[in-house]
Design a protein around this ligand. Structure first.
Ligand SMILES: [Zn+2]
Length: 240
């Protein structure tokens, strides 16, 4: 394997529509664990691997800052029924949030900064930027995702508060990297951890910024506090 294949900059070596092999493996592992825990979740969202890879590359480029990403669903693209059935557990509920049952189709990098500034995005600002191109719904996205540089993917009190104005769900992507700078990896947090990668301090890859990436975590949650299962899908809507 050449050192190039470890570059986590979103420039795929296998063509524009294929995600990196390391990420494919990580997503398969993640989905396997999601499937084994279906009864812990009340609902699911389907996130294409291609979109996750774009978000990862923005996140790495912004290190050590956090980023905030707006996510939109495709009204015409429903979860594949067989995949939906596989990830649906005995606590599943319908009509919990906006965009439930629809595949995520678009991600827009909305903000970058420290944990305070990424959560305080004035709505007028997004209306002005996206009002024209996003039509009557203006700047509001269905779902939101933000990163936790060197912190586990578990919602803080501020995250829970920010989620109250989300129509869909909120997602958190935790990234463990070195050199740690001012943000040493903080592991001692109560809550359910969901890892995208299992290697213990091994190097998953090198970000374009030169940071070494050791692990990734991803969770989804509803504003009422329930965990939402994130299912990572390919271009055909099948789970990795
Ligand atoms: Zn947060």
């Amino acid at each position: 394997m050449s050192s190039d294949s470890h570059t986590l900059d979103g420039r795929s070596r296998c063509g524009p529509n294929m995600v990196s092999p390391w990420l494919k493996d990580a997503m398969s592992n993640y989905n396997r664990e999601s499937q084994s825990k279906v009864d812990e979740y009340v609902a699911q969202v389907h996130l294409p691997g291609k979109i996750l890879e774009s978000i990862l590359s923005w996140a790495f480029e912004a290190l050590p800052d956090e980023i905030l990403v707006g996510l939109e669903v495709d009204e015409k693209q429903h979860h594949l029924p067989e995949v939906g059935a596989r990830f649906s557990g005995n606590k599943s509920q319908n009509n919990l949030f906006a965009g439930q049952g629809l595949v995520i189709s678009e991600a827009v990098l909305m903000n970058r900064g420290d944990s305070y500034s990424v959560h305080h995005l004035p709505e007028e600002w997004t209306d002005e930027i996206f009002g024209a191109e996003r039509g009557p719904r203006a700047g509001r996205f269905t779902h939101w995702l933000h990163t936790h540089p060197n912190c586990v993917a578990i919602p803080s009190d501020a995250d829970a508060e920010a989620a109250q104005s989300t129509d869909g769900i909120d997602m958190i992507l935790g990234i463990e990297f070195t050199p740690e700078g001012f943000n040493p990896w903080f592991d001692n947090v109560e809550g359910e951890r969901r890892k995208l990668s299992r290697e213990n301090r091994a190097i998953l890859g090198i970000a374009p910024t030169g940071h070494r990436i050791h692990s990734l975590e991803l969770i989804g949650f509803h504003k009422r506090g329930m965990a939402i299962n994130v299912v990572l899908i390919d271009d055909d809507g099948q789970a990795y």
